[in-house]
Design a protein around this ligand. Structure first.
Ligand code: SF4
Length: 308
């Protein structure tokens, strides 16, 4: 008697489709990270990259993808994972070392009780994230120096970058995003964001597929910054109604036409003069850009129809 269980054809087809989708996702993630690294010259021969691992889906995915790219890259570079154990109550301190050992990654766990400091200094009910982030930043910069790291890699992705742009516009009156690569504010470290081109929903799916041992990010009991949550919800709602909008905003951040903004430090408005030479990049007076026609109010549309 044959004990083999006959495969349900529908299940087999669903499994095949799921495997195909994961394969596509894997290729996309590795391609996008490789592209961002190349476009911004994030990692160079001989670099020692300190990969900041919080225990969230983004930093797990970043480490995972960088480890794969390290095997295939034409250059040699080192990776060292660093986690800052901030001593939040309930932080499962064995999870990350266990995972990192299983992946064979060199790592360092920095134990610093910033939780107690923040709780002592910030009055009950006030948001603790500002001070907490400042403390964390200073510690990570110091650890990078101690480890001899030449780059600090952070797990911010495309959606974080777009959200930051809107936060800075809405609440800071500045068009300032989150750069893929920049020297840190202490001037001593180069910070890189290899996930800059990656969409957050892709990271969610990758984390599920790879079954990263994710550590919840609410151990400190603080609400995630409310303004960021609201702006993110707004952007996601736009994306739901007009798919592709986040990509367009993100692309726009790399395609700034300084002559059509108002920053006098970036364009010499005071001294420009007519040249007599036609220039497609010049002002088009009363015309709208074809891609940004102002929607007509319904009353105007009715009048136009009546005149037809
Ligand atoms: S959520 Fe908690 S751990 Fe994260 S920055 Fe805010 S205070 Fe710090």
């Amino acid at each position: 008697m044959n004990d083999a269980v006959a495969l349900d054809p529908e299940q087999a087809a669903a499994d095949k489709k799921a495997a195909h989708e994961i394969n596509k996702l894997s290729k996309r993630l590795h391609r996008q990270v490789g592209q961002a690294v190349t476009d911004f010259n994030m990692i160079e021969e001989g670099d020692k990259v300190m990969v900041c691992l919080s225990g969230g889906k983004d930093s797990f995915a970043m480490l995972d993808i960088l480890l794969n790219l390290q095997q295939r890259a034409p250059i040699k570079f080192e990776l060292v994972a660093v986690n800052l154990d901030q001593k939040q109550p309930g932080f499962p301190e064995d999870v990350l070392p266990g995972y990192l050992k299983s992946r064979g990654v060199p790592f360092h766990i920095e134990e610093q009780d910033t939780y107690s400091v923040v709780k002592r200094v910030i009055p009950e009910g006030k948001t603790t994230c500002g001070l907490c982030s400042r403390l964390r930043r200073g510690i990570l910069y110091r650890v990078a120096q101690q480890l001899g790291a030449t780059k600090i890699a952070l797990g911010h992705h495309r959606d974080d970058i777009v959200t930051t742009l809107f936060l800075n516009m809405f609440f800071g009156s500045r068009m300032k995003g989150m750069p893929p690569k920049l020297v840190s504010d202490d001037g001593k470290n180069v910070v890189i964001r290899p996930l800059a081109y990656v969409k957050e929903p892709d990271l969610v799916r990758w984390a599920e597929h790879r079954q990263f041992p994710i550590i919840p990010c609410n151990l400190c009991g603080s609400q995630e910054n409310l303004q960021r949550v609201q702006v993110k919800a707004m952007i996601n709602e736009w994306e739901r109604r007009y798919p592709g909008r986040i990509d367009n905003i993100f692309t726009a951040m790399g395609s700034i036409v300084t002559s059509h903004m108002m920053d006098k430090a970036l364009f010499p408005f005071e001294t420009i003069k007519a040249t007599g030479v036609a220039d497609a990049g010049g002002d088009i007076a009363f015309d709208d850009d074809e891609s940004c026609e102002t929607p007509q109010p319904s009353s105007v549309i009715r009048l136009m129809r009546e005149e037809d």
